[in-house]
Design a binder for this molecule. Sequence first.
Ligand code: ZN
Length: 160
Amino acid sequence: MTVSQNLVVTMNYSVKDEDGKIIDSSEGHEPLSFIQGTGSIIPGLEREILGKRKGDKFTIRVLPEDGYGPVDPSLVEIVPRAQFAGVKNLAVGMQLQAQTDDDTMVVTVVSLSEDEVTVDENHPLAGKTLDFELELLDVRDATAEELQHGHVHGIGGHHH
Ligand code: ZN
């Protein structure tokens, strides 16, 4: 079965930055499962995975515009330090999870003063060229329920 719209793909992955440093990997975790064509993975991957087969191993270079986007300077914000009252040992470079309406996002502390904190709300991988190594473990039809929920159930997906 080759990857096409609305099929469930399960894959092992590792991703390196331009310096060859591994940023993330499924090694030691569950593989990643997603429904092809639903925007659950970055556009550059979704496009290149289309038409690949179960068992295929390949590498893909993803440029920022096909990945997590360019760095947007308007996403750097100064907020009152009081908003971080609950954070222990607040420090420059620290990455914090912030809750938005329907998602969690990661913000990075850029600088600190007594009263204010400058945070960068860009995705930590924004502006980066990424080299992915992928191995497609499985390609299968999605169930009606998975398509309705918009996510995969079971291995590498939601358990509920
Ligand atoms: Zn579900």
